[in-house]
Design a protein around this ligand. Sequence first.
Ligand SMILES: [Mg+2]
Length: 181
Amino acid sequence: MRPPYLLLDIDGVLIPFPDTDGSTPATHARHDVVPAGRSADNPVTVWLNPDHGPMLMDVIRTGLVTPVWCTSWRQDATTLIGPLLGLPMLPHVDLPRPQITTSHPNGYLWKRDHVDAWLGDARAVWIDDDFTGLDHAWAAERTARGAATLLVQPDPHLGLQPEYLTEVAMWASQLPTGRAA
Ligand SMILES: [Mg+2]
């Protein structure tokens, strides 16, 4: 049985939301990046925690999970954000660009239907700041039918914390490695 996927969001996870006064955590460093399709004189400013790269690599190197970006940054996650954290070129879920004004157009995270189809029956741990109760119910339903699914939901103003990755490694290490009886 292959290791579960580790689906990784960026906004609200690696890039925290600013506080009401516009400040971001002192742990994060400012970068200007130019997403695909944007002109070089119109960069986007992002804030990243340099500790997140080594923290993620510690989990990736265990081989317990297969990391995949799952973010509206799409391929820019692989080519722009990952390298700023010292991460290797990770694949990404090729999410569509729906015309939506809320991240929960049907009461659950807009990415979920695409992720559900992409995963098939694969096991997965998904780190995203934007799940609703319906997403947690979806994860429980997948788990109940044998596709173990863990949702990890950081506070978007704080982003990824070390204990979440400890939880991911613990969860993945306790999964059966062979076919379930
Ligand atoms: Mg997010």
